[in-house]
Design a protein around this ligand. Structure first.
Ligand code: IMP
Ligand code: MG
Length: 178
């Protein structure tokens, strides 16, 4: 059974099969780029967990996963640049090849925080992967090694991303219009 493609408050922006193809391509690239390095994939909860679960099954080399949970203060559409750690990594990243896996990059404030947080813990390498990158004028300049899709500056839900904790379970990415 496939999920409905229309709703009063969202419409599909990136279809399920397009996501699957792109995730597979990124998995192939990661498998080649990190061969022999046993990378540690660090996902930012909650939004990145669906992407991670599909991505890790598209990666054909040994790797580990770990989780960081961060929280913004402020309203959902104007998050405060202040970010705090709710749940820390279980493993040490020191000397490891770390790839941060994020669902979506908007202002880049979250990744900037995560980069600073991880960098001082001396990983051997630190790179970033996101499924979606919004075209935001004043985005923090975080170089991304892998980007799934560039999207306009619109609010999206699905494939792990929420609006007030709803719609994470949609199997595609949808534009949200309340
Ligand atoms: P940032 O603006 O790049 O720091 O993004 C902050 C966080 O806001 C992301 O990690 C997501 O959790 C969330 N976010 C940003 N844009 C969207 C969106 O369009 N839909 C759902 N969550 C979003
Ligand atoms: Mg959210």
């Amino acid at each position: 059974m496939s999920a409905s493609q229309t709703s009063a408050d969202w419409d599909v922006l990136i279809a399920q099969d397009a996501i699957a193809r792109r995730v597979h391509e990124i998995g192939e690239r990661i498998s080649a780029d990190y061969a022999g390095q046993r990378p540690m994939l660090v996902t930012i909860l909650k939004g990145g967990f669906i992407f991670l679960s599909d991505l890790m099954r598209a990666i054909r080399i040994p790797h580990e996963v770990d989780f960081l949970s961060v929280q913004h203060t402020g309203p959902w559409d104007r998050p405060d640049p202040d970010v705090r750690i709710l749940h820390d990594l279980r493993s040490s990243v020191s000397g490891r090849h770390v790839l941060v896996v994020e669902g979506i990059v908007g202002t880049g404030a979250t990744l900037k925080f995560v980069r600073d947080y991880l960098e001082i813990r001396s990983p051997k390498s630190l790179h970033f992967c996101c499924l979606l990158r919004k075209k935001v004028g004043d985005q923090a300049p975080i170089p991304m090694r892998y980007v799934g899709f560039e999207i306009p500056e619109e609010f999206v839900v699905g494939y792990g991303l929420d609006y007030l904790q709803r719609h994470r379970n949609l199997p595609f990415v949808a534009r949200f219009h309340p």
